[in-house]
Design a protein around this ligand. Sequence first.
Ligand SMILES: Nc1nc2c(c(=O)[nH]1)N[C@H]1C(S)=C(S)[C@@H](COP(=O)(O)OP(=O)(O)OC[C@H]3O[C@@H](n4cnc5c(=O)[nH]c(N)nc54)[C@H](O)[C@@H]3O)O[C@H]1N2
Ligand SMILES: Nc1nc2c(c(=O)[nH]1)N[C@H]1C(S)=C(S)[C@@H](COP(=O)(O)OP(=O)(O)OC[C@H]3O[C@@H](n4cnc5c(=O)[nH]c(N)nc54)[C@H](O)[C@@H]3O)O[C@H]1N2
Ligand code: SF4
Ligand SMILES: [Mo]
Length: 738
Amino acid sequence: MGDRTAYRTCPLCEAMCGLELTLDDSDRVTRVRGDARDPFSKGFVCPKGATLGSLDGDPDRLAEPLVRKGDEHVTASWDEAFEAVRAGIAQVIERYGRDAVALYVGNPTAHSIAGPLYTGAIVKALGTRNLYTASTADQMPKHVACGHLFGDPLAIPVPDLDRTDHLLMLGANPLESNGSVCSAPDFPGRLKAIQARGGKVTVVDPRRTRTAALADEHVFIRPGTDAYFLAALIHTLFAEDLAVDVPGANGIGELRALVADLAPERVADVTGVPAAGIRRTARELAAAPRAAVYGRMGTTTQAFGTLNSWFVDALNALTGNLDRPGGAMFPKAAHVPAYRRRKPFTTGRWRSRVQELPEVNGELPVATLADEIETPGDGRIRALITIGGNPALSAPNSARLDRAFAGLEFMASIDPYLNETTRHAHVVLPPPRPVQTPHYDIALSALAVRNYARFSPPAVPLDGRPSEAEILARLALTASGSDGDVAALDDMIIASTLAKAAAHEGSPVHGRDADEMRAMLAGSGTPAERRLDMMLRLGPYGDAFGAVPEGLTLDRLRTDHPHGIDLGALEPRLDEVVCTASGRVELCPSALVADVDRLRAALAAGPPAGTVLIGRRHLRSNNSWLHNLPELVRGSNTCTLHLHPDDAARLGVAAGDGVRVTSRAGSVEAVAEPTDTIMPGVVSLPHGWGHDRPGTRTGVARRHAGVNVNVVTDEREIDPPSGTAVLNGVPVTLERVD
Ligand SMILES: Nc1nc2c(c(=O)[nH]1)N[C@H]1C(S)=C(S)[C@@H](COP(=O)(O)OP(=O)(O)OC[C@H]3O[C@@H](n4cnc5c(=O)[nH]c(N)nc54)[C@H](O)[C@@H]3O)O[C@H]1N2
Ligand SMILES: Nc1nc2c(c(=O)[nH]1)N[C@H]1C(S)=C(S)[C@@H](COP(=O)(O)OP(=O)(O)OC[C@H]3O[C@@H](n4cnc5c(=O)[nH]c(N)nc54)[C@H](O)[C@@H]3O)O[C@H]1N2
Ligand code: SF4
Ligand SMILES: [Mo]
């Protein structure tokens, strides 16, 4: 037969690059290149995408389910494994009630079709309030801020990278991360293009990252103090009469009053940014013909994450850049129906049992998961299901969480690896290889800097094992105690969605017969694919079930656009997006105003003394789970402690020496790497390492174990409005180890 070529989207980060795979006649991936014909990524590929073949063929990937017998995990059949899950969940629900089963959903779930399509059904079937995801260790503050500003937590404007003249970027390092909550293949190239057309890129970061080095200007800022910096920018816009009127927005006067006392001179000390620099930054932002402010990880996973996320978009609005080309714009994804309005956003519909933290987006903070497992009483979590997550490494104070997992009565994990988290599971259900998995970016194409859609069919057939969609659907059925089949679950969801669409006056299928439309989906493939077909047909570019003859269907996307379809540059669509109770943008949302008092109180307390810890990402890593690929861990150890040479000298530490990093939560011993790329008083460790736990089956990662920074991050410290963990700006003490 010989070699053949297959095309697919890279599932590894948010950039959604198209890949060209070469497969041999035993279906092994022998080469990976960028897909030059992808209209969005145009052949770009990074070192991670290039190793998709090794990931796909990793001998440590599980091919069959595992069940735990004592301390051992042994192979089981799919039926045995599902029966064990059924029995495990049923027993716990029967004894303790539905809230006793918790669900944790991790990052790769946002990069799949299966995750977004079935997680909701699983939560509903479990009937639990205990849903936790990696979002509360990541971007939840952005959802909360946008929920209050625009009414919809999913209405997140992204910087229009390809048309802006001025990008102010805080707490993001796309030269390593390839971008986040802003999908843009070849993010570095897009930044250079801003410069090439005469624009300016400014980076605000406590480290001189590769992104900061590329930028025209790098502003060092003390970790956790962006909210002061951003408030002072807003203050300056008002004080110097640079703010524009924002038609269709409430709260401009209130916002002006709110930051009246936060002048650059007031915040210079605490932020470490000179007042004159803050004023100049505000003036440049206002003067740029088209500008965008963009804040990411470093601004969300810190004490004032929600305020930061709010202020970023307030700045976009006040400089006239919200919803205009070259500014911050709302993508229009092919599978998201434009007619559907959400209910105005609220949080706190229920609270966590122990810390009484408010629900946000249907979730509780992962920072309090250990409390809920360990604290006795009614409603205590006794069972846990994880889907594509590794909280035993990724969550704050993960050592505590790791201990808590060991005490669960039942745990099941949907995961391809037996790792630090899944080693605790009684049942592990592995999804198939990436090349056996269809792909469409349900979550990420709604955050892309161009409107774009791409569907990747599996390149290799399933060898009798279930797809991840089938695993998750079966889990939903199992959890609801139903013995119906997977297709029936999809049928139910499809029938109810189509009935609603037919009844909705603004929908393109208003008044149509739902059954007739359902019949039109029959030919579109597997269950998950039928649902995707439905979403595309109801979507803004869709065929509206035949009403728009040239419109998009899954079949057209698959057959006519195997490299993806470019649906154009972002277009203004604020009116379509806003769904606050007032119908207007709320620039000074009352729900968030109180948090400014917390900010002010912290300012009054003065600049913090002592050392703080922040994170760091590397191009050849991906959270906790690509460390088992030899190509990516080769070379020098990247899991080192960055510290400023002055701090190193004060401690008597040289490169390669051991340093003990201690916080309230715990202590870790890391290898020192002094560097003047980091601010004095700040140290940095990457996350996702610490692969030395017993009972795992990731041989390569074990030989490159590194240390787990989340032993030191503190589960007590969260951003209250969003419940998001403070992973950046953790107070620590340092000590040389001999
Ligand atoms: N190679 C690689 N790519 C990845 C990942 C990975 O692990 N490796 N992870 C993926 C995931 S899950 C995500 S969410 C994205 C994240 O993508 P990014 O948001 O770009 O994340 P980071 O690279 O961590 O960059 C965060 C930056 O914030 C800085 N920072 C820390 N504290 C502060 C602060 O208080 N203020 C400011 N202004 N800056 C601060 C850090 O020094 C760092 O440079 O990356 C994704 N892509
Ligand atoms: N200190 C510190 N901690 C952090 C961060 C930080 O910057 N600093 N970053 C935070 C961020 S942004 C995030 S997103 C979280 C990530 O937190 P998590 O999502 O909990 O952790 P990951 O390391 O992404 O774990 C992914 C898991 O999914 C599995 N997996 C891989 N592919 C698939 C698949 O196709 N299907 C399924 N079902 N499973 C799969 C992997 O084997 C692994 O077990 O970590 C957070 N933790
Ligand atoms: S940038 Fe992201 S999507 Fe593109 S190849 Fe690399 S890991 Fe894959
Ligand atoms: Mo993330």
